[in-house]
Design a protein around this ligand. Structure first.
Ligand code: KE4
Length: 420
């Protein structure tokens, strides 16, 4: 029995499913989760001494790879001054100024502790600002696990087959309206049926929680127009795309400004950080400036701010960073397309997906046509040959600036062996 197997056997007794987040349980791929001891650059090292090239990157947080020197140095320095004060700090002002500089549509921003908390708070701010209750989300998109977002949720929701969670009161679910990704007609119908009642529309500008589904031409601009016409707050969930697709995220990449934006992952460089921000007139509704209450003991934690500032600071000091990330992503996608011409490879910038389906993937229902059993076999082959991918067909392969051309060549060579 490996050490991971021993640990997992123990873990399931004390932690639901043996993990602190469902998708980590490897349930959809029939493998024992590998317990990771440490990580460096593009490598993970498990408790049995095995080495993997990492294509999860802590679900996208590690833009610069694991343990980048600048981030490590900043955290070690911050720790010398203490872990948490529960009081205002200069680092929070620096973080707020940096985010508003990198993402022009964000005039004010509030730090929280996870993407879930940021989404929940942004929706509350939108409801407080508009005085309306209903929210539109898209089937297959994942915005964290707050009650109103657990309707046809992506990511672990699809992976575990629980997209509509138990425990969510019907009253909560009735205010969540479901549209289909890349289908503006499905959105227009909801606005017709709920005139003047829709507080917010939340969307992943690139859907990265049903695998990777890119926005069709005109989709995001259509959402912008519909929300402006109806006085509805357009929320871009950039927990993944933020600072990854471009310094200004998907908004810069596609040239569409949201009213509110949600951040996570990269903003904390692996520390627990989320944030929401946007138009001053909306964010000024948030306590203590306004009547929308939201709070958090560890929000803006000084050590987490140091980590996030260091990672975001590297974005500014490495102008060629995004060219490298995009070139790597295109190399991986082109390699996969030549190896698997019968399947569908999607992706943009530094995140990609190999769907085991022969049809185009443009939304939740087409993504679900993928052969998840075949994916599981592919996953096991890659894992047991040193490539650590997300244990689900409905996640993405992430790259970091620590990945090399040789890493990607090795990925493609290993994938080729799967075909033999
Ligand atoms: P967290 O609460 O997990 O920090 O963020 C929720 C969230 C919100 N919005 C988007 C677009 C997200 O992708 C996420 C979380 N992403 C998943 C992976 N696809 C986290 C992995 C997990 O749940 O363990």
């Amino acid at each position: 029995m490996t050490h991971s197997e021993q640990l997992f056997q123990e873990a399931v007794h004390y932690i639901p499913g043996g993990v602190n987040s469902p998708v980590r349980a490897f349930g959809a791929v029939g493998e024992t989760p590998r317990f990771i001891r440490r990580a460096e650059g593009s490598r993970l090292y498990d408790v049995d001494g095995r080495v993997y090239t990492d294509y999860v990157c802590s679900w996208g947080a590690m833009l610069l790879g694991h343990n980048p020197p600048a981030v490590k140095k900043a955290v070690l320095e911050a720790v010398q001054n203490g872990l948490s004060f529960g009081a205002a700090t200069e680092a929070e002002v620096k973080m707020a100024k940096l985010i508003t500089k990198l993402v022009p549509s964000v005039e004010m921003v509030r730090m929280v502790n996870s993407g879930t908390e940021a989404v929940m708070s942004a929706i509350r701010a939108a409801r407080g600002f508009t005085g309306r209750d209903k929210v539109i989300k898209f089937a297959g998109c994942y915005h964290g696990h707050s009650d109103s977002m657990l309707a046809k949720a992506g990511s672990g929701g699809i992976t575990t087959g629980v997209p509509d969670s138990a425990g969510v009161p019907q009253g909560c679910a009735t205010d969540t309206l479901l549209a289909q990704y890349n289908d503006l007609n499905s959105v227009e119908r909801l606005f017709q049926q709920n005139k003047g009642q829709i507080a917010a529309l939340i969307v992943e500008p690139v859907a990265v929680n049903m695998g990777v589904v890119e926005p069709a031409e005109g989709f995001l601009s259509g959402l912008r127009q519909i929300c402006s016409q109806n006085g509805t707050v357009l929320i871009f969930d950039e927990v993944i795309t933020g600072f990854r697709l471009a310094p200004g995220g998907a908004q810069e990449y596609y040239g569409i400004a949201a009213d509110l934006t949600v951040f996570g992952k990269i903003i904390g460089a692996g520390m627990p950080v989320g944030a929401y921000g946007g138009k001053r007139e909306i964010m000024s509704q948030v306590a203590p400036a306004g009547p929308v209450y939201q709070a958090g003991t560890l929000s803006g934690n000084p050590v987490a701010m140091a980590a996030g500032l260091a990672q975001l600071g590297q974005i500014q000091s490495q102008p060629l960073l995004y060219q490298k990330l995009t070139r790597e992503g295109e190399k991986l996608r082109e390699g996969l397309r030549s190896l698997f011409p019968q399947y569908t490879v999607t992706g943009v910038g530094s995140f990609s997906c190999l769907f085991f389906t022969q049809e185009p993937v443009t939304d939740y229902s087409s993504a679900q046509k993928s052969d998840t059993q075949l994916f599981a076999r592919f996953f096991s082959h890659m894992l047991n040959n040193g490539i650590y991918m997300a244990p689900s067909q409905f996640e993405a392969m992430f790259l970091s600036s620590a990945h090399t051309d040789n890493d990607i060549d090795c990925f493609l060579e290993t994938a080729k062996e799967f075909l033999l």
